[in-house]
Design a protein around this ligand. Structure first.
Ligand code: G3P
Ligand code: CA
Length: 228
């Protein structure tokens, strides 16, 4: 099986992260998948932004969870771009690649599960087009309870062994370890336990080569063009 080439927050190394423009850039490179982060805003919609607050990369400030969709939509990301909703990202991609939705914020599982079900039932998306990942155990358990078919990825920057145990409980498809904790042996152990391994965030060519040699299944990179 070929390496799954995954653009991190779109193509974060080239254009403002988690924006439609960054996603388009990643699509132009021919990625197999795009990773994005979601939070739930005050009015209930899922918005695509990494941080819990607006301060770092928008002209706003304060917590995403305490702002309405209208307030977030009025902001600019890096002076030029907009914060998209998850539904806008899905409509934009239209099944051209797989989407890896990271449940970054709290209380994101229910709304995400509803959207995934709707897009599969009504908009020609398939289960194979989605991977839902998270560091948040509660969100992962809730997602599994709401949808027994969705592919789950267990994010970890601490321990692959723990991620494997959690993955078994959750009937996950993949372990998503950080580059810092991955070894040839724990890639093997993940495979032996039946999980794929998608590693993040791998930007340097020497690391990309090393991950290929370790036999990982997917690489999440800010520079997805370097994966080709
Ligand atoms: O999903 C992989 C990676 O994005 C997790 O870390 O902080 O970049 O969201 P972070
Ligand atoms: Ca992420």
């Amino acid at each position: 099986m070929d390496l799954l080439k995954i653009g991190h927050r779109g193509a974060k190394g080239h254009l403002a992260e988690n924006t439609l423009e960054s996603i388009q850039k990643a699509l132009n490179f021919g990625v197999d998948a795009i990773e994005i982060d979601v939070h739930r805003c005050k009015t209930g919609e899922l918005v695509v932004i990494h941080d819990f607050t607006l301060d770092r990369n928008t002209n706003g400030s304060g917590e995403v969870a305490k702002k309405s969709l209208a307030e977030i939509k009025a902001l600019k990301v890096e002076n030029a771009f907009k914060v998209p909703q998850l539904t806008e990202v899905l409509d934009f991609i239209q099944g051209k690649c797989t989407i890896n939705i990271e449940l970054k914020g709290l209380n994101t599982a229910t709304a995400t599960a509803e959207i995934i079900k709707k897009y599969i039932a009504e908009k020609n998306w398939n289960y194979k087009d989605f991977i839902v990942s998270s560091f948040q155990k509660n969100e992962l358990f809730q997602m599994r309870q709401l949808d027994e078919n969705i592919a789950l990825g267990i994010l970890s920057k601490a321990s692959v062994a723990e991620a494997i145990e959690l993955g078994k409980l959750l009937k996950a498809s993949a372990i998503h370890p950080s580059l810092g904790i991955i070894t040839r042996d724990n890639v093997k152990a993940s495979h032996k336990a039946g999980f794929k391994v998608n590693v993040w965030t791998v930007n340097e060519l020497k690391d990309i080569q090393r991950m290929r040699e370790f036999g990982v299944d997917g690489i999440i990179s800010d520079f997805p063009d370097r994966l080709f």
